[in-house]
Design a protein around this ligand. Structure first.
Ligand SMILES: *[C@@H]1O[C@H](CO)[C@@H](O)[C@H](O)[C@H]1NC(C)=O
Ligand SMILES: [Zn+2]
Length: 279
């Protein structure tokens, strides 16, 4: 499956270098970004999730997700992020009928990106007065993109400067065990794909993930062994690679550590206690 993440291609270095040069992220704004030194939120590593269910109508086909689906996705996040110092709680959710937004189009018929979406839709905030603009709170918008390969997109922490930017998920990829949401949350915490730099810089600047070339369309959907940059055959297992649902199942220790750094320095959110490694 393809987990499209347009923002990653726009700002991969900014996202990666953000924590290293937090005083001046590679962001082209003239004023120093407000997010450079955010007040630190210490919530024991528990991230509040706000789920904005965008619908075309009140049917499942029209995007009207049952609460159970959302709860199951949050449970999966909690399983997949075990040992990272982060956990997730579905803090609030709401249903918003808008056919154009559901099909990822704005009324003018152009594709909506998550930055626009975040600026235009903060219904939970409007209706309930909850603060969903806190950079360490996670917004999820569920929609149904016309492109069947669109799984979701997760905004890098460097893109949050003063907008609420979160995660867009296609309802087709919210089935039982799909790893797409986990993958997009990885971007939201500043992780690159394991192949973003291809065979340069370890693929993702981390030495404990397997560097690889951009997976072919066929590889994106399966668990067949492929050849890494080191010339060795491997089956993809990393959440930040692309591959079949059956094999994509882990984050590396360096990825977990980078997430903690990014969350603290960019989103101003302190990780909780790190559970002993049960691997
Ligand atoms: C609900 O919306 C979906 C997506 O646009 C559409 O395919 C379906 O026909 C709609 N169902 C009803 C009952 O309007
Ligand atoms: Zn991705």
């Amino acid at each position: 499956m393809l987990y499209t993440s347009p923002l990653i291609y726009l700002t991969p270095l900014a996202a990666f270098l953000g924590p290293l040069i937090s005083a001046s992220p590679l962001n082209s704004r003239a004023e120093p970004p407000k997010a450079a030194d955010p007040p630190i939120v210490d919530n024991n590593g528990v991230i509040k999730v706000y789920w904005h269910v965008i619908t075309a109508n009140d049917t499942l086909e029209g995007g009207h997700l049952p609460l159970e689906t959302m709860r199951h996705q949050i449970e999966m996040l909690n399983r997949n992020y075990e040992g990272s110092g982060f956990s997730f709680v579905l803090h609030d959710h709401g249903y918003y009928q808008n056919k154009d937004w559901f099909h990822n189009n704005d009324p003018q018929g152009t594709l909506v990106d998550s930055l626009q979406r975040s600026q235009l839709i903060t219904p939970l905030e409007k209706e309930r007065g909850t603060n969903v603009k806190n950079p360490s709170d996670m917004n999820i918008w569920s929609i149904n993109d016309p492109n069947p390969n669109f799984g979701g997109e997760g905004a890098f922490p460097s893109a949050i400067i003063d907008e609420t930017v979160g995660i867009t998920m296609d309802v087709d990829y919210l089935q039982k065990d799909s790893p797409v949401l986990t993958h997009e949350v990885g971007h939201w915490m500043g992780l690159l794909h394991t192949f973003d730099m291809e065979c340069e810089n370890n693929g993702d600047f981390l030495s404990d993930t397997i560097a690889e070339r951009i997976p072919t369309e066929v590889q994106q959907k399966n668990c067949e062994p492929r050849i890494g940059c080191d010339g060795k055959s491997f089956v993809p297992t990393n959440f930040m690679s692309y591959g079949g649902t059956e094999c994509i199942s882990e984050f590396s220790e360096q990825q977990k550590s980078l997430m903690r750094t990014n969350m603290l320095k960019i989103r101003g959110f302190k990780a909780g206690p790190i559970a002993p490694n049960t691997a």
